[in-house]
Design a protein around this ligand. Sequence first.
Ligand SMILES: [Zn+2]
Length: 266
Amino acid sequence: MEKLSDRLHGLADEFTKMAEESQVDDADIYRCPLCRDCGWIIEGSSARPCVCRQQEQQDQRRLPLPHLQRMLFENFDLQLYPANIKTANGNSYRQLAREALSAAMAFANSLAKGINRPGLIFEGTVGSGKTFLAAAIANDLLAKGVDVEFIVVPEFLDQLRQQIHSNGDSESALIRRIQEAPVLIFDDMGAHNFSPWVQNILFTIINYRLNHQLPIIITTNLNMDELCEAIGERIASRLMEIGTNVRLFVDKDIRLKLFRDGRDQW
Ligand SMILES: [Zn+2]
């Protein structure tokens, strides 16, 4: 059998020849002139991964959007939640935010140690910090080598609609990927319509995950009663199995508040 290093040498030679023949600078034709996009650096009879390959692997271990990457537990600012405003139950907004933060950290810790948990639901109005905590769980797990799929539900539904429209396939690979992800974050559930089609898609995913003991984290601007009503009885009863739900309260949209104060987004 041909040795891998010989094969790679052969490929490298072919690329060199092609590049010489075309009289074009490597930098113009390759995304990575170092390895000429083959991902490996050949040295003598051995090959080592190129830096571009290492970078690519690192990028896969990060959330796709830079603002989500900055959402870390240590950056969660409890000062943004007033200590002097209380809910009807007598808990201050800050106390509830502290509890939400603890629940998120405990959840991430369990999963990182391989202790399974069905999920966590963050409720709260727009700008209350629920996406922050969900993203912080994702960032923590990704850093510890656990794969996470972070899905913004309204965007996902649009994408799925388009795919089905253009390919005509209802057995979408996208749905399967989301069903089977080691950890799934469903961000912003409720900021979309709940047509029977949407209910059905969400049920397919949530039902599969609970049946296979795969954790799901949901953020929603609805309270549990509103969510259960919108989502339909079938999913609502499964959502109850997730068990833990945490509600965040703010007096104003935190993002607007930070913007007015001239502070960066969290
Ligand atoms: Zn390279």
